[in-house]
Design a protein around this ligand. Structure first.
Ligand code: TYD
Length: 137
């Protein structure tokens, strides 16, 4: 089984309310890890690509808080999948050791990444070549 199959779109609980809707996520419930860090990507100029790398340990959950963008995931063995995120109550779970980047950001898109790890440069695999070597060894 390709590790890509462990990626999963998760629909968050949604409380529809005439005053405005509400969704939430909790550690180890809607997502299979505990959040140590969240970060935002926003004001992305048209055509730009963010996040082209893999993580040795980090699992993550990515949500389009506003607007839309695509998440492209590669397994290092030729497998690839693209998810378009465009609703604030859907998120994408990505386990560690998959290559991913975000592209096709709409105007005003806001990308939330909830991470299982604190920030560490050592957790990054920054070239696809190195990622492929590590996954195939
Ligand atoms: P990076 O993850 O390399 O983003 P991209 O691949 O889209 O360029 O992060 C960009 C910069 O932000 C990098 O210099 C490190 C810094 N950064 C933090 O300090 N903390 C964080 O949690 C993240 C995600 C990045």
């Amino acid at each position: 089984m390709s590790k890509i199959e462990k990626c999963q779109i998760v629909e968050l609980p949604k409380f529809l309310d005439p005053r405005g809707n509400l969704s939430f996520l909790e550690n180890e419930k809607q997502i299979p890890f505990c959040i140590k860090r969240t970060y935002l990507i926003f004001d992305v100029p048209g055509g730009e690509i963010r996040g082209g790398h893999a993580f040795k340990e980090q699992q993550e959950f990515i949500v389009a808080l506003s607007g839309s963008f695509d998440v492209v995931i590669k397994d290092g063995f030729g497998g690839s999948i693209r998810y378009q995120l465009n609703r604030s109550y859907f998120g994408l779970y990505i386990p560690q050791m998959l290559w991913r980047h975000m592209e096709n950001f709409s105007t005003n898109a806001v990308c939330l990444v909830a991470s299982s790890t604190f920030f560490s440069q050592d957790d990054y695999i920054r070239t696809f070549e190195e990622f492929s070597i590590q996954t195939q060894s």
